[in-house]
Design a protein around this ligand. Structure first.
Ligand code: HEC
Length: 446
């Protein structure tokens, strides 16, 4: 539809037309009378969508990494909101152009598990709702406040973490009142894009030109190197990090892969890792920098944190990454934070669900048992540690063998698992768990 046709139809009709009423509506009579009455106030002048696309790119895309504003169309922010936010960056003519452009974008289907996305959608919130607290989580999952006796490896593996409701709210796309959202508050610094002869910039330009996922993957890889390993990198571990910058670079990267995911309509159906790791890893890493902020604040005692809501961001982002890749990272990253904020049952669940996703021969599986032994709440300890030992026994029974240099460490963390739990166990449970532990130790000796 050309510009003039759109203007003569009027905005409302154009929207209707967009929604599929073009080409003759079979319901309306062909010669329905056209209302002639003039509106009482002159209509707002319509924006020019082509100009809007250009302005969006120059004035908004530094932060809105979709670059065409598809994120704003997808989460369906209202006209008044778009105008208000746009006016913070451009004049009212350009703001109207942007609005016209956004309204002309075709919104892809919502990711699995979501009906349609709205400003209050929490992307990938498991089950689409947030439970009241840790206890509610246990009751919802198992119907009682206990890890169920006799729960099997297959049973646990069949639980998709993306479907298990939790008490943590995952980030909104945009939250104007806090940093508990996906949207980065700042553009990615030039230094990051320019590092290594402009590697990230080159791949991003290629992605913008060709739209290929391959070039986006390369760009993300380049940013992930530039944010931590080059001289002066904001997330450096060898120089003083700039946590606030790092936090926003990471959110910027997180939205970059998320917008591609939204654009392609890809999103988490069925199999465990159907979003490639390079897309979800940046989400986990927003959690990682938030965790480092908390650790730094702990050691600086009361000096405050460089990033607001660091604790919440640690858990929410790590959880978001974890549900796509549960068998990957050391379990204490998530478990320690969960326990610290009063979610020990969540910690047991994530740790054991991680355990059953580990690759054969992964030393971290044995560390998972220790994580459970350390953090399980008293009423859950016997059954959940029993589960961990039985599962490790199954792995060894099935022929799992660790690299020789890992065996001593595996044995020591399995011992620690029971030692850490000992005080929370009834005598009979201790006897039973000792036997299970010894089977694992024997299996490791074979
Ligand atoms: C400097 C970074 C930056 C630029 C540039 C920017 N935005 Fe945003 N925008 C944000 C952030 C961050 C949010 C998330 C909410 C918040 O933290 O205020 C956001 C949120 C929004 C929202 C959703 C608001 C809501 O109700 O939650 C709209 C709409 C929006 N931006 C439009 C625009 C438009 C249009 C432009 C360009 C004219 C633009 N923004 C330029 C950073 C930016």
């Amino acid at each position: 539809m050309d510009q003039r046709a759109r203007a003569s139809l009027g905005w409302g009709c154009w929207l209707v037309a967009l929604m599929g009423c073009t080409g003759g509506d079979p319901v309306a009579p062909p010669d329905a009378p056209v209302p002639e009455a003039e509106p009482e106030t002159a209509p707002e002048p319509q924006g020019n969508p082509q100009l809007g696309a250009l302005v969006f790119r120059s004035s908004c895309a530094g932060c809105h990494t979709s670059r065409d504003g598809l994120d704003l169309a997808t989460f369906a922010y209202g006209d008044a909101t778009v105008m208000r936010r746009a006016l913070g960056h451009v004049d009212s003519t350009s703001a109207r152009d942007i609005l016209a452009h956004l309204r002309g974008l075709e919104v892809p289907p919502a990711p699995a598990g979501h009906a349609a996305l709205t400003p209050v959608t929490r992307l990938f919130q498991p089950g689409g709702r947030v439970l009241a607290d840790d206890l509610a989580f246990g009751l919802e999952l198992f119907g009682e406040d206990a890890w169920p006796e006799g729960w099997s490896t297959d049973g646990l593996r069949a639980l998709d973490p993306r479907d298990v409701p939790i008490a943590l709210p995952l980030p909104l796309w945009s939250d104007e009142n806090s940093n508990l959202d996906w949207m980065p508050d700042a553009e990615v610094p030039d230094a990051v894009l320019d590092a290594n002869d402009g590697r990230a910039r080159r791949h991003l330009e290629d992605y913008h030109r060709r739209g290929s996922e391959e070039s986006l993957r390369e760009a993300v890889a380049a940013i992930r190197v530039a944010d931590r390993y080059v001289t002066g990198a904001p997330c450096s571990k060898v120089e003083a990090p700039r946590y606030d910058v790092c936090f926003d670079v990471r959110r910027w990267t997180a939205t970059l892969t998320a917008q591609e995911m939204l654009r392609r309509g890809r999103a988490g159906q069925g199999a465990e890792s159907d979003l490639p790791r390079w897309m979800t890893e940046p989400w986990w890493e927003v959690g990682q920098v938030s965790r480092r902020v908390m650790n730094a604040a702990d050691s600086a005692r009361g000096a405050g944190t460089a990033v607001d809501n660091a604790m919440e961001n640690w858990l929410r982002w790590m959880y978001l990454g974890w549900i796509f890749d549960p068998g990957r990272e050391p379990s204490p990253y998530l478990a320690r934070g969960l326990v610290r904020t009063g979610y020990p049952r969540h910690a047991v669940f994530t740790t054991l669900r991680t355990l059953v996703s580990r690759q054969p021969g992964d030393l971290l599986a044995y560390h998972d048992a220790r994580t459970v032994g350390r953090y399980a709440p008293a009423a859950w300890t016997a059954a959940s540690l029993g589960f961990a030992f039985r599962h490790l026994g199954e792995r060894l029974e099935a022929g799992e063998s660790l690299p020789l240099e890992d065996v001593a460490e595996a044995r020591s963390v399995v011992r620690a698992a029971l030692d850490l739990a000992r005080e929370r166990l009834a005598p009979s449970a201790l006897v039973e768990l000792t036997a299970l532990r010894d089977e694992v130790l024997d299996g490791l000796n074979r």
